[in-house]
Design a protein around this ligand. Structure first.
Ligand code: N01
Length: 549
């Protein structure tokens, strides 16, 4: 296999203008900022290679009905530039996908980034050449590029997971995955729609599809918690508050474990009476959003504490959903609250009160096959459908990296190093892969944090590291194997100090992909703590990394 690839590579003429100081894979939040840092601040020659025909990363692909951000808009943006902050105004509490794309295009235009982004360019392979100390990158079209530094800004949730259900190829209707949504939309009017999956995506899409579909059947394998988003337009007063107080807001975002613009209350569930607790949960429910999690400090650490939040939400579900059997199915949740990524919604549970919406429990009666005309479950029951929507998530965190043939020193393949699960140092570097950096890679807070905060921290750390190397005349940086082993231990310990691993089917563990090794992937020790660790490592001359001239 390696020989064939070398042969292909030899046939391609290496154009001199395809040699760069740095190549960045991906033009989402991470890749755009990394380009700005390396090109405009460090003066490197840089190119971004982006598979999509537009910038935006996850927001380029995820255009399904109801797709909007779960972080509040004033915290879902870059914070490094006062000029960007003062010129952009969000219109809603949670921005919808077109507004986020407009924002990222505004940033890219403002910083003149687009001239260094190659769209429609999917990276197939990246091989490190020890002799020249360069990464040789091959695109799917067979183009060759090379760079000293390779930055994978590929996102955590960019490899769509379409379950391998027998018969899908025979289905006569249309089917879609939410993460690869057609840009000209899908017409649901008059159609019988089946939606598989009740994670954040399915929960956002259900009420919107229900508004136009003739009938919507939601196939639920694991019942899920959800808290109302209470989305609304932002008032001019709030917009002015954000502009004036951004330094304070940013300080809050940088001080918390999850990078959001709210503080986690410093009280235990058991510091208050049952009545007070109920009142606090009710107030949090009325306020809405991910902040519900911040009502008490011990919700994610103590199962008994968590049970109180879980019971509150289950009671809400039963009070909203009128049909008793449906309400019980929705409230039959088998894991602690927020042990899976907690969704927020706009009238998800209410949608089941509509005459045209039905819920099917595919834990009890699993999907067995897809026929020409619909979905069949194990009991033999057939659900006739015109459209199937797979809201079935992603091969998260490792998927976007492993679908590229990445090879380090001596042809070492990343997929072999990660055969039993991802191993790296600080989520940033893998031993054996010099000068390769992964933005929000597994082993970093990433998906457990408000993403732009995690992204800014990584991008800035990587740029500082490269600046340090250039200042010292150093050519290579590589995680030491012992630092990597230690960090993998810390990632496991941080997860085990929480209730997160108790959701056995979570994508945090890789459990949603058949055959994927089970390993808790993100770092659960908190963003603020992680930032201190990374700063400390840099201050100690990049402790745990081998640097050479
Ligand atoms: O994916 P998921 P998602 N048969 O993996 C089910 C981010 N996000 O796209 O739990 C039947 O969470 C699966 O069932 P189970 C956010 O980080 C952000 O919803 O594996 N069902 C589950 O119910 C989020 O966590 C935002 O038993 C099958 C669902 O499909 C992440 O993306 C919005 C199945 C998948 O849920 C992923 O969310 C949306 C099968 N064969 C998402 N295979 C914003 O902030 C899977 N399922 C905007």
């Amino acid at each position: 296999m390696a020989a064939v690839e070398t042969e292909t590579r030899d046939k391609v003429e290496m154009a001199p203008n395809n040699e760069f100081d740095a190549l960045i894979i991906g033009a989402g939040f991470s890749g755009l900022y990394q380009l700005h840092k390396l090109r405009d601040e460090l003066g490197l020659s840089v190119k971004v290679l982006e598979a999509g025909d537009g910038i935006g990363g996850t927001w380029y692909w995820n255009r399904y009905p109801g797709a909007r951000c779960d972080s509040e808009s004033h915290s879902y943006c870059y914070t490094f530039s006062k000029a960007l902050l003062s010129e952009w105004k969000w219109t809603e509490r949670y921005p919808e996908h077109p507004e986020i794309r407009r924002y990222l295009n505004f940033v890219a235009d403002k910083l003149d980034l687009k001239r260094d982004i190659r769209l429609g360019t999917r990276v197939a392979a990246a091989h490190y050449d020890d002799t020249s100390n360069r990464w040789r990158v091959t695109t799917e079209a067979g183009e060759e590029l090379s760079a000293k530094y390779l930055i994978a800004a590929v996102g955590c949730l960019s490899t769509a997971n379409v379950p391998k259900i027998p018969g899908l190829d025979q289905f006569k209707g249309q089917w879609y995955h939410t993460g690869l949504w057609p840009h000209d939309g899908v017409e649901f009017k008059g159609k019988r729609v089946g939606l598989v999956g009740t994670g954040s995506t399915g929960i956002q899409a259900t009420p919107v599809i229900a508004e136009t579909a003739r009938h919507l059947t939601v196939f639920q394998r694991t019942a899920n918690y959800s808290v109302p988003a209470h989305n609304a337009p932002l008032t001019p007063a709030f917009q002015s508050y954000v502009t004036e107080k951004f330094d304070d807001i940013r300080r809050t975002m940088h001080g918390t474990t999850n990078g959001h613009a709210f503080v986690i209350e410093d009280r235990s569930v058991f510091d208050v009476s049952a009545e007070q607790r109920q009142a606090l949960y009710e107030a949090a429910w009325q306020k809405g959003g991910l902040q519900f999690r911040a009502t008490f400090r011990d919700l994610l650490a103590d199962k008994q504490a968590n049970d109180t939040a879980a019971e509150f939400i289950k009671a809400k579900i039963r009070s909203i959903v009128k049909d008793k059997a449906t309400a019980e199915m929705l409230a039959d949740i088998d894991h602690p609250y927020a042990a899976k990524r907690p969704p927020i919604d706009s009238f998800y549970f209410e949608a089941f009160n509509r005459d045209n919406v039905a819920l099917v429990d595919v834990r009890a009666d699993p999907i067995e096959a897809i026929t020409a005309s619909g979905i069949v479950t194990r009991s033999g029951k057939e659900y006739p459908l015109d459209i199937i929507v797979f809201a079935t998530g992603f091969d998260a965190m490792t998927g976007p990296l492993l679908r590229i043939d990445i090879r380090g020193r001596d042809g070492l393949a990343l997929k072999d190093v990660w055969a039993a699960g991802p191993r790296n140092y600080l989520g940033l570097q893998v031993s054996g892969f010099p000068n390769l950096f992964t933005v929000t890679g597994p082993g970093s807070p990433s998906v457990l944090c408000n993403m732009p905060v995690a992204i800014e921290q990584h991008v800035e750390w990587i740029a500082d590291c490269i600046a340090h190397m250039r200042a010292k005349g150093l050519e290579r940086i590589e995680a030491k194997p012992e630092a990597m082993d230690r960090w993998v231990g810390e990632v496991n310990a941080a997860a085990n100090a929480t209730l997160l691993p108790q959701a056995h089917h979570s994508w945090y563990l890789g459990a949603n992909i058949p055959g994927k090794p089970r390993m808790f992937m993100p770092y659960a020790g908190g963003m603020a703590h992680y930032r201190r660790i990374c700063n400390d490592v840099a201050a100690k001359g990049y402790e745990g990394f081998a640097l050479s001239g």
